[in-house]
Design a protein around this ligand. Sequence first.
Ligand SMILES: [Zn+2]
Length: 328
Amino acid sequence: MFIILKSKKNVFIQVRNLVKIVLLLAIGLLIIAGLISLVYKPTYSVTLNGEFVGYTTNKSKLQKRINEYLDNGDNDNTAFVDIDVLPEYSLCLLKKEVETNDDEIFNKIKSQGTTYYEYYAIVLDDEEKYYVSKKEEAESIIDKLKEKKSSNIDKIAYTQVHSTELKDFTEQDKVVTALYKKKQTVYGTGKSAGGATITYSRPDLGIAFTNPTSGTISSRFGLRSRGTHTGLDICGPTGTPIRAAASGTVSYVNYSNVSYGNCVKISHGNGVETLYAHMSNIYVTEGQYVGMGELIGTMGSTGNSTGPHLHLEIRSNGSALNPEYYIY
Ligand SMILES: [Zn+2]
């Protein structure tokens, strides 16, 4: 009984010694680890296709940034970004004074990527004419052209584009204006009572026009039983502002024209001019430059007129064209 007790005591002492040794070893390792951590930091060395590109201490943060870039690129129209190889990471101890360079690694990976964009082309006669960012815009352009009963609507469509090239986008309204074609029913030329030639065609004048006034159309352009109407009549109250339909130089101002009354002509270049007749006030002088939409006078009933209206003409090399083909 006594002997057994003694040997139990021996085992107890041996275990205690073992614990002591383990403890000492652990403390020793901690001290070594502490000393190492004073000089070194755990770091990931990053390689791309076997080539060293840099060090990072925060692997997950860097990889998250790379993944986000591959999904979204840096543009709204990115479909995805394709890179040939993904970066590889290996853990290492790096001296503390060596700098990590997440930005450099990211930029290097980014520079090796190919961005695929997704956007929409508006197609006329199977030819891509304009580009818009979103499908809704493309649909809205087609809808607007349908609504306006554009005569070329059957030739216009949209298509999704996937390309590594990003095109310039055009605003919806500009695409609609550029593609819109009014239905033409009458062709040929005629002569007005006053001798002016009128033309029933729609030559491309290369000029952007805007509606010069507000009101309702009271008389259209064209041959009539009694002579010919060389312009478009828009009627409204006396004093309604009249603005330049396009930018140009005021080439003619007359306060007493027998038929046109108070009248202004603006020259837009390329032999194109606009004429505004029957005005109550004129605010411009000959030789003055006016921008598109600039106030030039007010609506009236001067000259050969039975009520306040604007008689508007568009002439190309002296021949009157239908203003409704350009302004609507
Ligand atoms: Zn008229």
